[in-house]
Design a protein around this ligand. Structure first.
Ligand SMILES: Nc1ncnc2c1ncn2[C@@H]1O[C@H](COP(=O)(O)OP(=O)(O)OP(=O)(O)O)[C@@H](O)[C@H]1O
Ligand SMILES: O=P(O)(O)OC[C@H]1O[C@H](OP(=O)(O)OP(=O)(O)O)[C@H](O)[C@@H]1O
Ligand SMILES: [Mg+2]
Length: 285
């Protein structure tokens, strides 16, 4: 099972970090090497440009891929299926035009020119809007084109909006919202290893934002403590091998990280002691 992942750029580090947290530790990789084994002898990793990864998977050079949804759409590959939204690398593809210009709607681009790194997505967007501009492909620094009469507007990526603002461009319409996705070729979907990889990555995402609480509770206060623990399912209650046998039990629960501060106060007030909080590496539901 080969997984193609971004070899550089903003997606590289978070993707490697996610694989490591999912237990797919890379082995005998090296900085300039473009492939690595993992601790699972059946899984190896190929490093490729984010834009090329959909093609690597569609052509069979890799079985699974991790890259931006915008890249998957732009590559227009057939026979791949999305398995998981990895919820990082979020951005939007937007139609933008000079803020002091006269382009205010999509229709204003009829017969105009649009510059973009994403010609396929752009042509599809305008075709669906019934508007027919010239689409000029550039490979970066797209925001310059309206200021040098190369284009009337652009379709480009924005996440913080800084580059658009610094180049005095205003959003006319959102074309697509994107985040990094795990996907696979359709003819490998039934392979158990594909589901194993998907489950491992999903369990890391599921654990994000969750904390594991452990505490000791006198037997007579269990209901009071149980009543103030929020979140998934009920707490786990275990007897304690306790020499002074005062009926104490151990209570464990998974709570959302935003609830931890308040929950600790409330369980202490309800009689809990020795409260421990830990992060969760993976949560397989
Ligand atoms: N602000 C952003 N700009 C560009 N890409 C972004 C941004 N936010 C998220 N992304 C995602 O990252 C992908 C681009 O990754 P890629 O490695 O190709 O470019 P990069 O990280 O900007 O590196 P490079 O400097 O080589 O362009 C986009 O297709 C999109 O999915
Ligand atoms: O909304 P923002 O946070 O400003 O991000 C959007 C900018 O980021 C990307 O450029 P990048 O920095 O990747 O340079 P590049 O165009 O050379 O890829 C993208 O091409 C936009 O220009
Ligand atoms: Mg870039």
């Amino acid at each position: 099972m080969r997984i193609a992942v971004p070899n550089k750029g903003r997606l590289h580090e978070p993707t490697i970090d996610l694989l490591e947290r999912a237990g797919l530790h890379l082995e005998n990789g090296a900085d300039r090497k473009l492939y690595a084994d993992t601790v699972d002898s059946d899984v190896s990793v190929l490093f490729a440009r984010a834009a090329d990864i959909p093609e690597y998977v569609a052509d069979g050079a890799a079985d699974m891929g991790i890259t931006g949804y915008d890249q998957i759409r732009e590559a227009r590959v057939e026979s791949v299926a999305e398995l998981l939204d990895l919820e990082f690398g979020s951005c939007r593809l937007v139609l933008a035009a000079p803020e002091d210009g006269d382009i205010e709607t999509v229709a204003d681009l009829e017969g105009g020119t649009v510059a973009t790194e994403f010609p396929n997505i752009t042509r599809n967007f305008f075709a669906e809007s019934g508007v027919d501009p010239d689409v000029v492909e550039v490979t970066g620094a797209t925001e310059l084109t309206p200021h040098v009469e190369m284009a009337d507007a652009i379709v480009d990526i924005t996440s913080t909006g800084t580059t658009l603002k610094m180049n005095r461009l205003a959003v006319v319409e959102e074309v697509l919202s994107s985040s990094v996705r795990l996907f696979a070729r359709e003819d490998v979907l039934e392979e158990p290893k594909v589901e194993e990889v998907r489950t491992a990555l999903a369990s890391v995402k599921q654990a994000e934002g969750k904390r594991y609480l452990m505490m000791n509770v006198p037997g007579g206060r269990l209901d009071d403590v149980r009543d103030v623990i929020p979140g998934m399912g009920g707490p786990t209650v275990m007897d304690i091998a306790d020499e002074d046998d005062d009926g104490k039990v151990a209570v464990h629960a998974v709570v959302d990280e935003h609830d931890v501060f308040e929950t600790i106060t409330e369980v202490k007030n309800a009689g809990a002691s020795d409260v421990l909080v830990t992060e969760i590496e993976r949560l397989v539901e």
